[in-house]
Structures are given as C-alpha cells and as structure tokens.
Ligand binder design. Structure first.
Ligand code: SF4
Length: 435
C-alpha cells in the first residue's frame, strides 16, 4: 500500500517490516540497513523509503488521526451497495452477485460486463467495482508526482503527439540540475514521496546519465522512483534498478499484436512484454496497461488488455483513452466515449479486486472533465499530478488540450485534496501536507 503518513514499525522479519497505521497494518520491504522495531517510517508501494524522527512523526500523526477515521467513514458510506436491482440486466446481476460473494469470475463474465449498454446496469457495475476497492484496499489513494524531463523521442508511434510525426512541437530537454530542482521541489516543498521520471525515447541521455539522475535524487531525498524512458533493454533496467529505481511505468498499449505493430513501426509486442516481465523479475513495481478506443480495437481486445495487465503482476493499472493528435497519422479518428473508459476501470477492479491500484489517467481527464471523481467511484484508487516545471510541461503534448495544463503544482494539489476529502479518500502520498 502507498501510505505516506508515517507508520510505526512493529515487527521486522528479515527484509520485511510490519508497519502500523493507527492499528491497520501493512508490510513493506526494507532496504534501510539501520531499521529497527519502534522506528517511524514512510513507506511507498510496499517499500520502506525513509526513517523519520519520532517527534516529527508524532506531530504529523496527531494532525492525521481524526481525519483518517473521518475519511474512512465517508468512504464506507459512499461505497455501500444498495440492492435496488430494477432495470438491471439479469445476467449482469448474477455476475455481480457472484463477485460480491467472492466467487470466481470467468473471462466470459468479464467480457459480458465490458459489453453492458444499459444505463442502470452500468451504474451497478461502477458501484460493484467501488465496493470491491473499499473492501480490499480501503480508502488509500496513491498520489504520485510525474516529472516529464524531455519531449524528444526517436519513435514514430502513430497516436503520440511527441513522436517524430510532430514536426511543429517545441522540443525541450531538462538538464540534470533542472531535473534535480524539480525533484527537490516536488519532494521537499510539496511532500511527494513517489516520483515518476518520464521522457520520450531520447538517446541524448545515456543509461549512465539516467542512472546518475536516479541515484542522485534517491541519495539526496529518499523517495520511491518509477522510471518511464521507454525500452531501455534488460541490461539498462538492471543498471537503473541498481541505481535506485524501484518501479517501471511502461504501457503495452494493445495486447493485440496486429494493432501493436500498426501503431509502433519497427517495434513488436513481444519485446515490450519481455521488458515488462524482465523488470518484474528484477524487482520493479510495474505500472502498465493500454489505450482504450484504438481504431480497429474490439471488446475482446480490451478484455485481453486487462487480462495481460493482470498476468504481468501489475502494481498499478494505467488505462487511458485514445485521444487523436492532429499532427499524427491517426488525426481525425474518434476518441472513445467516457463510459468505455469507466467500464475498463471497473472491470479491471473486478478482474483484480485484491491487489490492483488503478490510475485515473490525465488522458481520461482530458476526455472527460469529471473523470477523476467518476473513475475513483468506479474502482480506481490512484492519481498522478504533473510536477514538471510549467515552462516545459506545456510542450509534453502527447495529446492535445491536456487536462491541468497551465495549473501550478499547488493548485493541482489543492483541487486533488478537495476532491479526495469529499469522497472519503486518504491522499496518502501527501500525508505530511494534510491540513
Ligand atoms: S508513445 Fe512513447 S515511445 Fe511512442 S512516440 Fe510517444 S513518447 Fe515516444
């Protein structure tokens, strides 16, 4: 679990620490050589990140205590299932009953749910997913920060606005110092404990450069670092893990090899999946998923995307809508309707109820202004805020009119906290900032 409020270590078994949060216990892998029972720590994504002084921890916990239980109560109230089943599709109703009783849901059940059209049945699908999220993962909501440090990319993915197709984009590359400043600000000024470092596939940064960036940030300001630089090869992944990276964000975009091949000239799905599998074997937390609404994509493809995400032992599911960019070969193709994205989030939760963190992507927020609330009430439990300096962020234009463009970091945090509090979620990555 991503808990960035301080937790107290109550037990240590070899490399695993048992951490208590107001009596709720979680496990965290510890790479901290001096960790002992009684210490207070920040843990993220199942990793103990850093020890914090007891006095500081107790002060933060005092501000959290009441809010922690208030939020839990709100979440519990909002996630209760009402049993009103008027106008509900009968077969879907039986599947929901099975899900709620903890029965095994088959692939054909999941496919059936992805094909729901009836409005009332869709509402019940979202409610069921939200109920499962609350039951298994409580009200914790991961809030990670993302720094997009270069919009150069050597690839020609046919949906992507920073691909080689876009000749009109102002390109930027942040220097190492600019990246460190952005990380320092995100961690020390705004309280993020988990950061994603992202770029296009930009060969200007060698693997050694990337390792230096990761290890410098990690040694100066301990945090959980996810990397997202595209395909860096297994050796690259190994070096980056050694440098301190502990998570990999890399979507496979489509589990259909034909669609994958059409979208990614010169690349194959096999290599993508090999990267993800190798990263998992090396110990990385995996963030992956696909695009919804791609030209030629079927409902069966979407189901296969969810099943592949589950098979890859994914820590965080990231499914976003295909959004056509005018400077790409797919310009003019239609994006999917909001309900298709919500269905995928909800069915992902039903397919992987106990472990999945499910992200509401910025892409979804670009498609639908209420996406965050809708997604969080349909099984999702994670958001990512953009902590790239504003002067660069506007040019990370993977799709047009990106949500939150032009918003400052504090503005994003304030609106995120307001939303999370209103629906009873604990923004645990921003614990120290709780007002
Ligand atoms: S999707 Fe990723 S690899 Fe493809 S063009 Fe965009 S940034 Fe580059």
């Amino acid at each position: 679990m991503c808990y960035a409020i301080p937790g107290k270590v109550i037990e240590i078994q070899e490399k695993t620490a048992v951490v208590s949060y107001f009596g709720e216990t979680k496990k965290a892998i510890s790479e901290l050589s001096n960790l002992k029972v009684g210490d207070y720590i920040y843990a993220q994504g199942g990793f103990a990140i850093k020890i914090i002084p007891e006095k500081e921890a107790l002060e933060i916990l005092a501000t959290w205590k009441e809010t922690f239980f208030d939020l839990q109560e709100t979440d519990l109230r909002l996630s209760r299932m009402d049993l009103e089943k008027k106008r509900i599709d009968r077969k879907a109703g039986l599947i929901f009953d099975k899900v709620l009783e903890g029965g095994k849901v088959t692939d054909s059940d999941l496919l059936y749910l992805l094909e729901i059209k009836n409005k009332e049945t869709l509402e019940l699908l979202y409610k069921t997913a939200n109920f499962l999220r609350q039951k298994h993962l409580k009200n914790s909501c991961c809030v990670h920060g993302i720094i997009e440090f270069s919009n150069y990319c050597s690839q020609s993915c046919s949906y992507c606005g920073i691909s080689t197709h876009n000749k009109d984009l102002g390109r930027y590359r942040m220097t190492k110092e600019e990246i460190y400043d952005a990380a320092d600000q995100a961690i020390n000024k705004y309280g993020f404990q988990a950061l994603v470092l992202q770029s296009g596939e930009d060969k200007s940064y060698s693997i050694d450069d990337l390792c230096e960036i990761v290890s410098t940030i990690k040694s100066k300001w301990p945090c959980l670092i996810f990397i997202s630089f595209g395909e860096v090869g297994v050796e690259g992944l190994r070096k980056l893990y050694k440098a301190g990276a502990r998570g990999l964000l890399m979507r496979f975009e489509s589990s259909n090899p034909r669609i994958y091949g059409e979208l990614h000239p010169g690349r194959g799905l096999k290599s993508r999946i090999e990267h993800l599998e190798a990263a998992f074997q090396l110990g990385y937390l995996i963030i992956t998923g696909g695009l919804i609404g791609l030209p030629g994509q079927t409902v069966q493809d979407l189901l296969n995307d969810i099943l592949l995400t589950r098979r890859l032992k994914t820590e965080m599911y990231t499914f976003g809508p295909f959004l056509p960019h005018p400077k790409t070969p797919l310009a003019g193709m239609p994006p999917p309707p909001t309900k298709d994205v919500l269905k995928v989030l909800a069915v992902s939760r039903i397919a992987d109820p106990v472990n999945a963190k499910i992200l509401v992507t910025t892409g979804f927020e670009t498609l639908e202004s209420k996406a965050r609330e809708l997604g969080l009430m349909a099984g999702a439990n994670s958001v990512m805020l953009n902590v790239t300096p504003e002067k660069f962020a506007k040019n990370y234009a993977i799709y047009p009119n990106r949500a939150h463009a032009g918003e400052g970091i504090q503005e994003q945090i304030d609106s995120t906290l307001a939303l999370l509090y209103s629906i009873g979620r604990a923004p645990t990555d921003l614990g120290a900032l709780l007002k």
